[in-house]
Design a protein around this ligand. Structure first.
Ligand code: AMP
Length: 213
């Protein structure tokens, strides 16, 4: 089963992808996490992606598509995956469809998590992430039990470099210009499930589970 989580930065894709991956026993493939890993390991891929990530722009398709398709070719993705943050434009969506089709596979469902712009800004500016397992927290809405420490794995929490006001603005602009057309693309393919993403993570997760059934 291949499920895409679609939505603006801050919509809760990471949180919901993590919950769904656990529940469905599938791997979560998050393109942003793959880039951040490459950055931390100072690989060539990380170097290439850095300048775009810092500005809140999309990393060029030829780099991104190859990275994600390689990840999806790994043995742990053979029965499917939860895709989070990819595809982010039509070219990526078409490349993904083509690659899956070549293996007689296809995207099953696209979960579009809809959240108002005011809420997105609030969520992104108070966001903390676990360095080790990537679990997200919010300093007001969903703080960790112990300040600075991940509830799940005890890892250190940090704020992403691109969660600053200027970059958040760019990321949202890029989302509305380049990624939001995917809503229609998947609606026309009959794969889109639109979910109200406002409220707590558990509540949103229930809505997603109900829609997927
Ligand atoms: P995210 O963690 O999904 O918010 O992604 C962080 C940053 O990584 C984005 O602002 C982009 O610079 C880059 N990135 C992640 N996924 C993609 C993608 N599918 N296409 C292009 N750039 C991406």
């Amino acid at each position: 089963m291949y499920i895409i989580l679609l939505g603006a930065p801050g919509a809760g894709k990471g949180t919901q992808a993590m919950m769904l991956a656990e529940k469905l026993e599938l791997v979560q493939v998050a393109s942003g996490d793959l880039f951040r890993q490459a950055l931390a390991q100072e690989t060539e891929l990380g170097e290439q992606a850095k300048v775009y990530m810092e500005k809140g722009q999309l990393v060029p398709d030829e780099i991104t598509i190859q990275m994600v398709l390689e990840r999806l070719a790994a043995p742990d993705c053979k029965d499917g995956a939860i895709l989070d943050g990819f595809p982010r434009n039509l070219q990526q969506a078409k490349a993904l469809d083509k690659a899956l089709k070549e293996q007689s596979k296809a995207i099953d469902r696209v979960v579009y998590i809809k959240v108002s712009e005011g809420e997105l800004l609030k969520r992104l500016s108070g966001r903390w992430i676990c360095r080790k397992c990537q679990a997200p927290y919010h300093e007001v809405d969903s703080p960790p039990k112990v300040k600075g420490k991940c509830d799940r794995c005890g890892g250190e929490l940090y704020q992403r470099a691109d969660d600053n006001t200027e970059t958040i603005k760019n990321r949202l602009e890029v989302y509305f210009a380049e990624t939001s057309p995917l809503i229609d693309y998947y609606k026309q393919a009959g794969k889109l499930l639109e979910i109200n993403g406002e409220g707590g993570a558990a509540e949103v997760n229930k809505r997603i589970a109900a829609a997927l059934q």
